[in-house]
Design a protein around this ligand. Structure first.
Ligand SMILES: [Zn+2]
Length: 249
């Protein structure tokens, strides 16, 4: 059977079994096999890949593997000089809007706390998530490798296990979106931007004790929810500080 030698770089190794990580290994393939199929069969979703070199030359996903090929596979944002090679996508990967797969819980909350535009609806089907991602140019955040392997998924991030702060830090590092952080600018419930509102206008909606100590309020433009700097805010601020601290260290 024909075979090729494969080497995956950086975080792509997380998708491989231990004995194949950070080392070149041989794998056999049957008949005419595209490089995209082969890489996914080895366990790596194509959405994580930005560059493939075969025998030192860049190829696209449709390349048909030949016996003896030496294949190097690089992730999105692996820093190396790629000016002379074919990128796999025409559109830049740096999108600034996101859609979360279901079951991402705290990640959704804290991405929004940090001000990121993150679409989330626990009732969406996988198909609907992919459609919205395409229509609104949103990067999909998911814990499902299966979802990332759908043909028409072009921009997606696999969320690896870890604490919420670790996971968010990885997303921010990976997409290089640290400069887009605007804490407490977005509604946690519906993702809309918040605007300051005069205390007098919402007096009847503030608990009596809060009225005494707080003069600054913001309101969601869409769902009307009011936010102020109470205990809840202080707890969230701690988490935000943790995330930012890890980004700097
Ligand atoms: Zn809202």
């Amino acid at each position: 059977m024909p075979k090729g030698t494969f080497r995956f770089y950086e975080e792509l190794n997380d998708f491989l079994p231990k004995h194949r990580r950070k080392t070149a290994f041989e794998a056999e393939f049957k008949g005419k096999r595209s490089i995209k199929d082969m890489i996914e069969a080895l366990g790596v979703p194509h959405t994580e890949i930005d560059l493939i070199l075969v025998n030192g030359k860049s190829v696209d996903f449709n390349y048909i593997l030949q016996n003896g090929d030496r294949v190097s596979v690089y992730p999105v944002f692996e820093s190396l000089n790629i000016t002379d090679v074919t990128l796999l996508r025409k559109i830049p990967l740096r999108r600034h809007k996101y859609i979360a797969d279901i079951n991402l819980g705290d990640i959704v909350k804290y991405m929004r706390v940090l001000g990121f535009d993150l679409y989330y609806d626990s009732l969406l089907s996988t198909r609907e998530i992919i459609e919205i991602s395409k229509r609104e140019n949103r990067v999909i955040l998911t814990k499902s490798r299966k979802l990332l392997k759908f043909k028409d998924v072009t921009h997606g991030i696999f969320i690896r296990p870890g604490t919420t702060t670790e996971q968010i830090r990885r997303i921010i590092d990976y997409l290089d979106i640290k400069d887009n952080i605007k804490p407490f600018s977005r509604c946690l419930r519906c993702n809309t931007l918040l605007k300051s509102v005069l205390k007098e206008k919402i007096l009847d909606r503030i608990p009596p004790k809060t009225k005494e100590f707080c003069d600054e309020y913001v309101q969601c433009q869409s769902c009307d929810k009011i936010y102020w700097k109470g205990t809840h805010f202080i707890n969230m601020k701690k988490v935000v500080r943790q995330i930012l601290y890890q980004l700097e260290s």
